[in-house]
Design a binder for this molecule. Structure first.
Ligand SMILES: N[C@@H](Cc1c[nH]c[nH+]1)C(=O)O
Length: 368
């Protein structure tokens, strides 16, 4: 006997959760598809290099690796489908006109679980808009992320906007810092360590630690901070995105937040929903590296809808119709076409367990 049947962080999905997972995947992907995003389905594992090398600033963290006896090379299970979509866009679909709209949905595997997410395997659903990272492109993606999440069953959605490469932009412009100092300031801002920033002599960056909050106030503080106008185009783009979200999501802004935004560039965002702890999705702008060294702008989002499973699984169970031995198959066909789920008796021992109705003649009759 082994102490547990499955490795830590990996688990079976049983009824009704597995059905709920399929319904969520379908609903979210249908919402994305209706906006012109075509589905791609990359493999679960790839050569390690091709999983990490495609996105600018992407890193080989979080990879569960396997030695492949066939190719004699190291394969890795994908922790993020966005990098695979980047590879596809830069190779097999490099000839397709831009902007290119692609979607995906399937399992991803992380090396280790986190306290917030004890699972190592989770469903990732998303869309990538390739060839643009302009304000209209970003607004389309952020609004689509909210729509897909709502289609998956989330309510009370909040979008937290952020500027992942903000410190680098400022360090190269109005608030000069060397690369090492910039790294230090980023770390202090990540920790929201106002005292540390002051001690480090980076008080000019201090307002960023305090600029977070509901969008209207936070953007006003950011504009006040931006005396030189170095951030003017970003501020305008953030306003366009927030305007697009009016009435569909709550919007907050945390300009210096970088946590989890490894390869995102000027824009990042996190998605939250009522009743769910932690973020349920994330996205932003990034650059895809092409073979010839060219960088192509892109923007996209991924949602991780597994926390919605239990709510969806609790929904009203579907009506199930028991088909006794010798039932009329044409009547059963018609009822299935109307959306009934049927369960056929195989022998005299089969009871209508779990069924709400029984087929009598040509009609469904409620049991009990
Ligand atoms: N794949 C990223 C989110 C993203 C999609 N596109 C751009 N960013 C993540 O899961 O963190």
């Amino acid at each position: 006997m082994t102490s547990s049947l499955l490795p830590e962080g990996l688990r079976d999905r049983l009824p009704p959760q597995a059905d709920a997972a399929a319904a969520i995947l379908r609903a979210a992907l249908d919402a994305i598809r209706a906006h012109g995003y075509e589905r791609v389905a990359p493999p679960l594992a790839e050569y390690e290099e091709s999983l990490v090398g495609r996105l600018k600033a992407g890193a080989a963290r979080d990879l569960l690796r396997v030695a492949d006896p066939l190719s004699q090379r190291t394969l890795a299970l994908r922790p993020d489908i966005t990098t695979q979509v980047g590879r596809i866009a830069a190779t097999r679909l490099a000839h397709r006109p831009r902007p290119l709209r692609l979607s995906y949905g399937g399992p991803v595997v992380k090396l280790r679980a986190t306290q917030l997410r004890p699972e190592r395997e989770m469903t990732q659903i998303g869309a990538e808009l390739i060839g643009r990272d302009t304000a209209p492109a970003c607004a389309e993606i952020v609004a689509l992320a909210v729509e897909a999440l709502a289609a998956a069953g989330a309510t009370g959605i909040t979008v937290d906007l952020t500027l992942p490469n903000l410190v680098d932009t400022l360090a190269a412009g109005p608030l000069p810092l060397g690369p090492r100092e910039a790294a230090q300031v980023r770390a202090l801002l990540d920790a929201k360590d106002a005292g540390g920033l002051a001690a480090f002599g980076a008080t000019a960056y201090l307002p960023l630690a305090e600029a977070a909050g509901p969008f209207a106030e936070a953007i006003a503080r950011l504009r006040a901070f931006d005396a030189t106008g170095a951030l003017a185009s970003r501020i305008a783009a953030l306003e366009a995105i927030a305007a697009r979200l009016e009435g569909i999501a709550r919007v907050t802004l945390d300009p210096a937040e970088r946590h989890g935004f490894e390869y995102q560039s000027w824009l990042g965002f996190s998605l939250f929903a009522d009743g769910l702890t932690g973020e349920v999705g994330r996205g932003g702008s990034y650059a895809i590296l092409h073979e010839e060294g060219r960088e192509e702008p892109a923007v996209g989002f991924s949602i991780y809808p597994d926390p919605l499973l239990d709510t969806r699984a609790d929904e009203q169970p579907p009506r199930r119709l028991f088909l006794p031995l010798g039932h009329d198959p044409a009547a059963a066909n018609r009822l299935r076409a109307e959306g009934w789920i049927t369960v056929a008796a195989l022998d005299r021992d089969c009871a209508p367990a779990g069924c709400t109705h029984v087929l009598e003649g040509k009609e469904a009759t409620r049991i009990g």
